[in-house]
Design a protein around this ligand. Structure first.
Ligand SMILES: Cc1cc2nc3c(=O)[nH]c(=O)nc-3n(C[C@H](O)[C@H](O)[C@H](O)COP(=O)(O)OP(=O)(O)OC[C@H]3O[C@@H](n4cnc5c(N)ncnc54)[C@H](O)[C@@H]3O)c2cc1C
Length: 478
C-alpha cells in the first residue's frame, strides 16, 4: 500500500521510469466514477493478474472504469503525462497484452452491460463484457452473436483480433458480424466506427487489435440460434485416434454449415462424464456443435455417437449457452499456458498422423492437441474485407500446453514448439493473431496480418500517430 509522501514509479510510453505524483492520482480519483487502485490495495492483484499464469506484470495503477467518461479521463491523463497505457478487456490474451509493467491499466471489467434489440437483431455489449455475458442476454431471445467458445474470454480482445467459434462456418469471423463500435481515441474523444462513420477506423478495428483506441461498446449482428441445440463431445481411447481422425476427415467434407466439428487429443480430465479409471489416460474426443434445428442435429451427429465403443458421450440436446461454458473448467485463470497454432487449408492424412504422434508425447494432464473446423462463410469474403484476413483458413490447429508448476515450463513449452515445428508445414502460412504467445516474433505477426499491415499503418498514423495504444500487437504509424 502506498504511504503518504511516498512516490510511485510509472513507465512512460518509451519505457523511461518516472515519478507518479500523488496529486495526479488524487485528481484522477476525484474525476472517476470507478476506482483507482494502487499496488497493495484490495482488488489490485485481481486486476493485474491475467488468465495466463506465466504473465507476472505490475502496472503502476489500475483504473477500474465504470463508463466512457472514466475511460476518457484516463486516456487524457496518460497522454498529458506521457504515461504507458494498457487496456484489459477479459484478460484472456495468452501473451498477457492487457498488462504492462509500470503502466496505467484501464481495467474495463466493471463495464459488462449488454442490451439486446430484438427488432433489429443487434446486441450492444460494453467493452469489458465476457462472451458469457452476451450469450446469456441474447439467448433469452433465442438469438446469438458469433463468438468464441470459452465463456470467460473478453469480447473486445476476441473481436478486435478477428474471433471465431461454433457459428463461424455459417456467418464468418466475429469481426465480420460487427455493425459498429464506440471508441475513445488518443485525443480523448468518443467516436463511432461503422460503415457509415469513420469507415477507415472501423476497417482497422476488425482484426487490427486495440491499436486505434479504447473500445467502450460493440454492436453485434444476432442470428436465431437455440436456445436448445445439439452439442458436446464423444470420447474414445487414444488407441482409436487414427480411426476417429479418419471419421473426422470424412464428416467435415459433408458437414452442413450448421455443424462445426473439432478434434481434441489429450489426457482425460477428471470430468464426471468420463469413467474414473480413464482419468489421466490419453483419449481422443470429437466435439460437435449443430446450431440448427435439434431434430436435424440429432440426425447428423448420429454417426459420431454410433462410432466404435466410446468411453464417454455427452453429445446431446442442451442449451447453447451451456455448450459455450463446456470448456471453462478446463481453462482456469492462473494456470500456466503456452500455445503454438496455425491455420490449415485442409486436413491431410499426414497431418493427422503427426497430430496423433505429438498428442502421445504430451507430458501434462492439461495439455491438448486441438483441430477446429472453420470452413464456410469466412472463406467467401475477400482478403481486403478486414485485417482479420486469412480467408483461405479452413481449419485451425492449436498445440495447447498447460501445466501447474513454473519449474516445468521448459518441458511443456518444448513440447508445443517441437510439435509446431513438425506440423507448421501443413499450414496456410498465415496464423491467428489472438493465439500468438509472448515470444512470437514480428515475422509471425506479419504472417497473421498479411497485406493489411500497410493500410493499418496508415490508419494508425491518422488515429494514433504518437502510438499511445501500443500494448497490443503493435502497428507502427506509417
Ligand atoms: C481459454 C481461451 C479460449 C479462447 N477461445 C477462443 C475462441 O473460441 N475463439 C477465438 O477467436 N479466440 C479465442 N481465444 C483467444 C482470444 O480471442 C484472445 O485471447 C483475446 O485476446 C481475448 O480477449 P480479452 O479481451 O479477454 O483479452 P485481453 O487480454 O483483455 O486483451 C487482449 C488485447 O486486446 C486489447 N483490448 C482488450 N479490450 C479492449 C478494448 N475494450 N479496447 C481496446 N483494446 C482492448 C488489450 O489491450 C490487449 O492488447 C481464447 C482464449 C482463451 C484464453
Amino acid at each position: 500500500m502506498q504511504r503518504k509522501g511516498q512516490t510511485m514509479k510509472a513507465k512512460t510510453t518509451d519505457g523511461r521510469e518516472v515519478d507518479l505524483k500523488q496529486d495526479l492520482l488524487d485528481g484522477l480519483k476525484m474525476r472517476m466514477r470507478g476506482s483507482l487502485l494502487l499496488p497493495g490495495e484490495p482488488g489490485y492483484e485481481d486486476s493485474r493478474t491475467v488468465w495466463n499464469g506465466m504473465i507476472d506484470r505490475r502496472p503502476a495503477a489500475v483504473a477500474r472504469c465504470l463508463g466512457t467518461a472514466d475511460v476518457i479521463e484516463c486516456v487524457k491523463l496518460a497522454v498529458a503525462n506521457d504515461l504507458l497505457l494498457c487496456i484489459k478487456g477479459g484478460g484472456h490474451n495468452i501473451a498477457g497484452l492487457a498488462c504492462a509493467d509500470g503502466g496505467l491499466m484501464l481495467d474495463l471489467s466493471p463495464m459488462r452491460g449488454v442490451w439486446v434489440d430484438t427488432r433489429r437483431k443487434i446486441a450492444h455489449a460494453q467493452g469489458g463484457c465476457l462472451l458469457g455475458d452476451v450469450d446469456r442476454e441474447t439467448q433469452l431471445h433465442g438469438l446469438a452473436a458469433v463468438l468464441g467458445f470459452v465463456s470467460q474470454t473478453g469480447v473486445a480482445g476476441l473481436t478486435l483480433g478477428g474471433g471465431f467459434g461454433y457459428l463461424t462456418r455459417r456467418w464468418g469471423y466475429t469481426a465480420d458480424n460487427v455493425v459498429g463500435m464506440d471508441v475513445v481515441t488518443a485525443d480523448g474523444r468518443q467516436v463511432r466506427a461503422s460503415n457509415e462513420e469513420n469507415q477507415d477506423l472501423f476497417w482497422g478495428l476488425r482484426g487490427g487489435g486495440g491499436n486505434f483506441g479504447v473500445v467502450t461498446g460493440i454492436d453485434y449482428t444476432l442470428y436465431p440460434v437455440g436456445p436448445e441445440i445439439v452439442g458436446g463431445v464423444v470420447a474414445w481411447p487414444a488407441s482409436e485416434a487414427s480411426k476417429v481422425l479418419e471419421l473426422y476427415r470424412s464428416l467435415v467434407e459433408e458437414a452442413p454449415p450448421e455443424l462445426t466439428l473439432a478434434i481434441l487429443m489429450r489426457p482425460a480430465p477428471a470430468a464426471p462424464w468420463l469413467p474414473k479409471e480413464w482419468h489421466g489416460k490419453p483419449i481422443v474426443g470429437l466435439l460437435a456443435c449443430h446450431s440448427g434445428k435439434t431434430e436435424e442435429g440429432e440426425k447428423v451427429v448420429a454417426p459420431i455417437k454410433a462410432f466404435g465403443t466410446p468411453i464417454g458421450d455427452v453429445l446431446v440436446r442442451r442449451p447453447y449457452a451451456q455448450l459455450q461454458t463446456l470448456f471453462d473448467a478446463a481453462n482456469p485463470k492462473g494456470r500456466r499456458y503456452y500455445w503454438k497454432s496455425e491455420y490449415l487449408p485442409r486436413i491431410e492424412p499426414a497431418l493427422c498422423e503427426k497430430a496423433i504422434e505429438h498428442a502421445a508425447a504430451i507430458r501434462s494432464p492439461h495439455s491438448a492437441v486441438i483441430l477446429f473446423q472453420l470452413k464456410g462463410a469466412l472463406n467467401r469474403l475477400s482478403e481486403e474485407h478486414s485485417p482479420a484476413g486469412n480467408r483461405d483458413a479452413c481449419y485451425v490447429f492449436n498445440l495447447a500446453a498447460s501445466w501447474e508448476k513454473a519449474e516445468e515450463d521448459e518441458t511443456h513449452v518444448a513440447w508445443a514448439r517441437q510439435a509446431w515445428n513438425d506440423m507448421k508445414r501443413f499450414g496456410t502460412g498465415g496464423n491467428y493473431i489472438n493465439f500468438l504467445t509472448e515470444d512470437e516474433n514480428q515475422e509471425r505477426i506479419e504472417a497473421a496480418l498479411g497485406k493489411s499491415i500497410r493500410r493499418l499503418g496508415e490508419i494508425k498514423s491518422k488515429w494514433d500517430a504518437k502510438n499511445i495504444f501500443r500494448t497490443n500487437r503493435n502497428i507502427r504509424p506509417a
